[in-house]
Design a protein around this ligand. Structure first.
Ligand code: ADP
Ligand code: MG
Length: 233
């Protein structure tokens, strides 16, 4: 089995005196594409933000390559991660600058920035929009730009929180297929949140189903989705 990249142990998140997440153990191995599924309010985004080191749990620890995450190393680890959220949160500037911003913050050399940005804009089919403002992009184009912005970072792990759920069906399906190809080509480790389990077989090789902040089921998509189908009939 591959090495563990990321783990949470004895993790609880308490908000407004309510335990919204309670996960004794979750491990993510190199190259795994893990899907977090569950209804609205199940705790998916909370767990994703804890794994992505964007939120500190009330209790418990996060480990990156076996090292406990703390105030002193969190920035170093976060630089090896990238996130794409449901709302693209693009800056009011050009497509190119939006895709480049993360690399510029990391002080990457201008030539290298240009090379990586153009590569990923092209791979995502939006290179013709590079000089345009993001203001007039369609929802699908905006998500292509936010995927490019994450992928140019060449992260060790990418987090995707319902990235395509606001898009129409044909756009969502083509983006899912493209994302799957990219993740497998790059052997990239990923955590993909969805409340729509039909998206899972296309993408994930492991599924964790959350309900009321707890892990209800986990395993291969076949195993977890078979259970879902059995429950329906
Ligand atoms: N900052 C917060 N304060 C209070 N409750 C919160 C906060 N953030 C999330 N919650 C609650 O925690 C639960 C899980 O939220 P979330 O992780 O966003 O779920 P999901 O992404 O699965 O829809 C929800 O019931 C939500 O209302
Ligand atoms: Mg959510």
């Amino acid at each position: 089995m591959r090495e563990i990249l990321l783990a949470v142990k004895n993790t609880k998140m308490v908000k407004s005196k309510r335990v919204i997440l309670d996960v004794p153990l979750l491990e993510l191995r190199h190259g795994e594409v893990l899907s977090l599924m569950g209804h609205n309010g199940a705790g998916k985004s909370t767990l994703l933000k804890i794994l992505a080191l964007l939120q500190v749990p009330t209790q418990g620890n996060v480990y990156f390559k076996g090292e406990e995450v703390s105030n002193s190393n969190v920035l170093k680890f976060r630089r090896q991660m990238a996130a794409v959220l449901q709302e693209p949160l693009l800056l009011d500037t050009t497509v190119y600058k939006n895709a480049a911003v993360g690399l510029q913050l990391r002080k990457v050399d201008r030539k290298e920035v240009n090379k990586r940005v153009m590569h990923w804009l092209e791979r995502l089919g939006v290179e013709h929009l590079a000089k345009y403002s993001v203001r007039n992009l369609s929802g699908g184009e905006a998500q292509r730009v936010s995927l490019a912005r994450a992928l140019v970072l060449e992260p060790q792990v990418i987090f995707l929180d319902e990235p395509f759920s606001a898009l129409d069906t044909p756009t969502r399906e083509s983006l899912l297929a493209e994302l799957r190809d990219i993740l497998y080509e790059q052997s990239m480790t990923a955590v993909f949140v969805t409340h729509d389990y039909r998206e899972i077989p296309q993408l994930a090789n492991r599924v964790v189903e959350l309900s009321q902040g707890k892990i209800l089921h986990q395993g291969t998509p076949e195993k977890v989705l078979k259970y879902k189908l059995n429950k329906v009939v």
